[in-house]
Structure formats: structure tokens, C-alpha cells
Design a protein around this ligand. Structure first.
Ligand SMILES: CC(C)(COP(=O)(O)OP(=O)(O)OC[C@H]1O[C@@H](n2cnc3c(N)ncnc32)[C@H](O)[C@@H]1OP(=O)(O)O)[C@@H](O)C(=O)NCCC(=O)NCCS
Length: 137
């Protein structure tokens, strides 16, 4: 398993993984291309036989975690922990996660994020977004 910066060549594999992980909320290929290679983005992929995980941030005055995902068969091996560390700057980081995504919320809590607010009915299934923050480390 290696972690390396994402490139335009990773767009098809990450688009496939997006569809697997996020279904109707998955980014289409155009959005994946923007997120992996766009301005102010930091994107890292985990590669085994192919791409099995990825993480993307968008940096302004704070760093937003746009996405983190790991293929189902690679979970609970510390891979998301490594991906998050690879895109972290040590500064304040924010993210939004569905209130119904208990696995991801448990992961973020384990990584030191705390809830600072909610966006009501933010997702297409009617779920709230939980806004989480990790202060400067
Ligand atoms: C959330 C996600 C990225 C976690 O990836 P992962 O590689 O399994 O996470 P790690 O192995 O690094 O987990 C580190 C710690 O986080 C916590 N954790 C991670 N997943 C958890 C889960 N499903 N339930 C409870 N705790 C969890 C645990 O404390 C874990 O340590 P442990 O395995 O020693 O108990 C992964 O489940 C995923 O891709 N989910 C689908 C996509 C998604 O919802 N992404 C987030 C929204 S953008």
C-alpha cells in the first residue's frame, strides 16, 4: 500500500470508488477531476492493486475536508487515519457529515473532531449535516 498525491490519471478509478461509496450522492467524473487537480485542493490516493482510498481538502483561511473514503474491504486497518494525516496541515479543519453516517462520525470523533453545528435537511435523503471541527493541532 502506498499513499501518493492524486493526479488526473486517477480520475476514472476515484470516480468508480465514489459511486461505490456514495451512490446517488457520488461526484460525477467532472467533479472528481476538479477535486483531485483543482486550485487550493490537496488530494491523496492510497494504491494497492488499484486505488482503494482517497482524501481531498480545500484550503482557504481554514481547511475543509471535502471527502475521505476507503474501499469496504480495506476498512478498519488505519488507512483513513493515514489518508487524513497526509492531507492535514496541523491547522484548523472543518467538515460536514450526514447525521446518519455513524461509521464516519465515529471515525471523525476518533480523529479529534467535535460537533460545532448542524445544517438542517442538508442531504437529499433529508438528513441533517453535522458540522465538525478540529482545532489547530
Ligand atoms: C469513514 C471511513 C473513511 C473510515 O475509514 P477506515 O479506513 O475504516 O478508518 P480507520 O481504519 O483509519 O479508523 C480509525 C479509527 O476510527 C474509528 N472508526 C473508523 N470506522 C469506524 C466505524 N465504522 N465504526 C466505529 N468506529 C470507526 C475507530 O476508532 C478506528 O480505530 P480502530 O479500527 O482501531 O477501532 C470509511 O468507513 C469509509 O470510507 N466510509 C464510506 C465513505 C464515507 O462515509 N466517508 C466519509 C464522508 S466524506
Amino acid at each position: 500500500m502506498i499513499l501518493r498525491p492524486a493526479t488526473a490519471d486517477d480520475v476514472p478509478a476515484v470516480t468508480d470508488l465514489e459511486a461505490e461509496l456514495f451512490g446517488p450522492d457520488a461526484w460525477p467524473a467532472g467533479s472528481v477531476a476538479e477535486e483531485l487537480t483543482g486550485e487550493r485542493r490537496t488530494a491523496v490516493v492510497a494504491v494497492d492493486a488499484g486505488v482503494v482510498g482517497y482524501a481531498v481538502t480545500l484550503s482557504s483561511d481554514v481547511v475543509d475536508l471535502q471527502r475521505i473514503g476507503v474501499a469496504a474491504t480495506y476498512r478498519r486497518t488505519g488507512l483513513a487515519h493515514r489518508l487524513l494525516a497526509a492531507v492535514s496541515t496541523g491547522g484548523r479543519m472543518l467538515l460536514e457529515v450526514s447525521e446518519r453516517n455513524t461509521g464516519a462520525r465515529a471515525f471523525y470523533e476518533a480523529e479529534g473532531f467535535t460537533e460545532i453545528g448542524r445544517r438542517r435537511r442538508y442531504y437529499r435523503d433529508g438528513a441533517d449535516a453535522v458540522v465538525m471541527e478540529r482545532a489547530t493541532q
